[in-house]
Design a protein around this ligand. Structure first.
Ligand code: HQG
Length: 176
């Protein structure tokens, strides 16, 4: 199921065209076409398996449309999509997990969205530590999100609870 989930991340966030798919402006792809593309790539994928992945994925990475005809990733895109996110007030503090080797650059530039559409922030230290650990020795930075919002930065929360922001200037970061 991990292979299938990674395939969904690849085509629904980053490279739909490489597998003959296209996403609509809100990031949705027809589920039948996604299944056919997976099968062409040699992966066993069925509607039942997709339903299981959507329901059990630890991070709720994917969502099915109400009519069950389409699927999209909830966040993490590098292709441009409008997820119809509504700005909302963040908690006082949010956290960003990164790797120790990125710190020098982050101290200079703040947090940049890199190849994704947003900088991803976590609501708790534990989650941020896991996110940072994907890149190396994890380091958790604290983001003064309430102050940022007061100063005019917009915050969004994806369907699976990841906080998203365009960038985080150094002034709002606390380094450990
Ligand atoms: C770093 C996973 C140098 C940033 C997770 C991060 C997340 C800088 C890396 C989602 C920098 C980008 C996203 C700067 C930021 N200089 N490095 N100025 N600014 N960085 O993978 O946040 O499992 O694009 O700290 O749970 O690690 O895929 O972002 O280390 O929600 O569902 O540049 O991916 O979700 O890396 O992870 P990424 P991320 P999934």
């Amino acid at each position: 199921m991990i292979k299938q989930s990674k395939f969904l991340s690849l085509v629904l966030r980053h490279q739909p065209k490489a597998h003959g798919l296209s996403l609509d402006e809100h990031g949705w792809a027809p589920l039948d076409e996604v299944i056919a593309a997976a099968n062409r790539a040699g992966l066993a994928l069925t509607r039942e398996l997709v339903a299981e992945i959507v329901a059990t994925s630890d991070k709720k990475r994917f969502a099915l449309s109400e009519d069950g005809v389409s699927i999209r990733a909830q966040q993490g895109h590098s292709v441009e999509v409008d997820l119809e996110l509504v700005a909302l007030a963040p908690p006082a503090l949010l956290y960003h997990g990164t790797a120790a080797r990125f710190l020098a650059s982050i101290r200079e530039q703040g947090l940049l969205r890199q190849s994704r559409n947003h900088v991803h922030l976590s609501a708790d230290v534990e989650t941020a530590t896991k996110v940072g650990g994907r890149h190396g020795k994890p380091v958790v930075l604290t983001v003064r999100s309430e102050d940022m919002a007061r100063d005019g930065h917009s915050f969004y929360r994806s369907g699976n609870g990841v906080w998203l922001v365009e960038a985080v200037p150094v002034a709002y970061l606390t380094f450990p």
